[in-house]
Design a protein around this ligand. Structure first.
Ligand SMILES: Nc1ncnc2c1ncn2[C@@H]1O[C@H](COP(=O)(O)OP(=O)(O)O)[C@@H](O)[C@H]1O
Ligand SMILES: [Mg+2]
Length: 298
């Protein structure tokens, strides 16, 4: 098997996920090359459908493509993925699904359309009508950037007065920036569930708990993790979300809401150091197994 992974210019040290994908590919005799979007040149013509320019030279197409930039997928990266899809390369996940889940509001709109449980979410309109926000969503409220990861663009605003100040600060810093406001699911404060779905199957499920005072449970912020027993509701919410959003590989965040759950957000290239550390699963193996089946290689 020959595949390419699209990833931003290599950081130092190499991220855990990239190292694991490399190691497992080597063990299994899979030829994996990691390429950053800016190494490509895109030339659209009717003629050459078998190769693409990388670092200025023509390269034969791979059998599969694994885009791994998630919410950080730029327009250029998306154009590269679309180009390779049009040339017939099997892509996991597709450009369309990556683009959708990059947008947290659009994701919630699609999930809500299918009647899946989501926290009430509102798009900010300027000038912000604080009374309307109070009536519709209430306080505390979770303020989020439309796109983001690692909990970076997520803020809990406790009271109406702080909220007013925050909105003034935001519009003074970047006028008309797209922000969403979300119902705070208090029962999930500092705690959530991450479900890893590959090819329509749940391959691992863990609980994450913030170690500090934060309401954010992300592993990358130091959250503690432990395997969480899957039940039919978790399985259904995760697999349905992945299917509706057209994701072959997905990391679904679920918030605890009493005995049930709400879908917090969906990731198209979920990290997996945390889940591998507590669930005894090899995510690259699961992904390569799935790709093999999808490519009809046995
Ligand atoms: N509406 C909410 N209610 C309670 N906690 C939330 C809510 N939204 C997010 N969180 C917490 O914040 C974390 C980060 O939010 P999330 O939307 O997943 O952003 P990111 O894409 O940066 O991971 C979640 O994992 C969860 O612990
Ligand atoms: Mg998240």
């Amino acid at each position: 098997m020959r595949g390419w992974m699209i990833f931003k210019r290599m950081e130092d040290p190499e991220p855990y996920e990239i190292r694991r994908f490399r190691e497992v590919a080597e063990e299994r005799g899979i030829e994996l090359r990691i390429i950053s979007p800016e190494q490509f040149d895109l030339i659209v013509t009717r003629d050459d459908r078998k190769s693409i320019l990388i670092d200025g030279a023509y390269e034969p197409l791979p059998q599969f493509l694994l885009p791994r930039m998630g919410a950080g997928t730029t327009y250029f990266a998306l154009a590269v993925i679309r180009h390779l899809e049009r040339l017939g390369v099997h892509t996991f996940n597709s450009s369309q699904s990556i683009e959708v889940v990059k947008d947290k509001l659009y994701t919630q709109q699609i999930l809500a359309e299918s009647d899946l449980p989501v926290p009430k979410t509102m798009l900010v309109k300027y000038p912000v009508n604080v009374e309307l926000v109070d009536r519709q969503v209430g306080f505390p409220v979770v303020v989020k950037t439309i796109s983001g990861s690692h909990g970076n663009g997520v803020f809990l605003c406790e009271k109406k007065a702080n909220f007013k100040d925050l909105m003034e600060l935001i519009s003074a810093t970047k006028p008309n920036v797209n922000i969403i406001l979300q119902e705070f699911i208090a029962r999930s404060c500092g705690r959530d569930i991450r479900v890893f779905v590959i090819g329509g199957r749940v391959v691992a499920c863990m609980e994450r708990m913030a170690r500090d005072e934060s309401f954010k449970a992300n592993f990358s912020r130091g959250g503690e993790v432990r395997a969480y027993e899957i039940n039919p509701e978790i399985e259904w919410l995760a697999t349905e979300s992945a299917e509706i959003l057209n994701l072959d590989i997905a990391g679904i965040d679920l918030l605890f809401d009493g005995d049930h759950f709400k879908i917090c957000e969906v990731n198209s290239s979920p990290e997996f150091q945390g889940i591998e550390s507590c669930c005894g699963v090899s995510i690259p193996d699961e992904i390569y197994n799935f790709i093999k089946v999808r490519l009809g290689i046995f």
